[in-house]
Write a protein that binds this ligand. Structure first.
Ligand code: E4P
Length: 215
């Protein structure tokens, strides 16, 4: 499974990149608002840190607008993947951008039928939002299992990118199900590295080390 980091904060991106677990980055307007930086400048800097797919979101409400935005975003760097919101206009934009060789990531996917349309339109990635489904008492990971089994039935090439991840269990379940990518907030990446027995083990080894003659 590929790991993307779900943030627009370059400090977090650098730290995770140095850990060796980052294959790409996803951003969205909310994440950019959180860091208070313009999109193009931020995406450019992210591309200078991470050598992998970097999702930048288009926000137009119609296909011509999404296509124009997508073309502009794709000019920033070869690694840019254009994030397109799910919907009829979004699907038109995915088809047109795919036809000219621009990679897309369809965002705000909440059903298997929406994912099916993304695959038909030729999207590079589809991003089902597991956390937001859990929030309304629907099992987000059940959707991931459903999409993966449907895509396997037909050998669709669209990659399943698990988004809206909120905790380490989401990551574990994504890997068990064989998701192509999980996009993970930095706080959750940190949680993945932790275990109370690791901490206790380090403390004990350090204590015992004090008793070891140094010469
Ligand atoms: C990533 O591509 C998505 O925009 C992001 O994972 C959404 O996460 P949220 O539901 O925590 O906002």
């Amino acid at each position: 499974m590929k790991f993307f980091i779900d943030t627009a904060d370059v400090k977090e991106i650098r730290a995770a990149w140095e850990m060796g677990c980052v294959d790409g980055v996803t951003t969205n307007p909310s994440l950019l608002a959180k860091v208070g930086r313009p999109l193009e400048e931020t995406i450019r800097e992210i591309c200078s840190i991470v050598d992998g797919p970097i999702s930048a979101e288009a926000v137009s409400l119609d296909a011509p607008g999404l296509i124009a935005e997508g073309r502009q975003l794709a000019k920033i760097h070869d690694n840019v993947v254009v994030k397109i919101p799910m919907g009829v206009e979004g699907m038109k934009a995915v088809k047109a951008l795919t036809a000219v060789g621009i990679r897309t990531n369809v965002t705000l996917c909440f059903s298997a039928n929406q994912a099916l349309l993304c695959a038909k339109a030729g999207a590079t990635y589809v991003s089902p939002f597991v956390g937001r489904l859990d929030d309304i008492s629907q099992d987000g990971m059940e959707l991931i299992a459903d999409i993966i089994s449907i895509f396997r039935n037909y050998d669709y090439r669209t990659q399943v990118l698990v988004a809206s991840i909120r905790n380490p269990v989401h990551v574990l379940q994504s890997a068990r199900l064989g998701a192509d990518v999980a996009t993970v907030p930095f706080s959750v990446i940190q949680q993945l590295s932790q275990h109370p027995l690791t901490d206790a083990g380090i403390a004990k080894f350090l204590k015992d080390w004090e008793k070891v003659p140094k010469k």
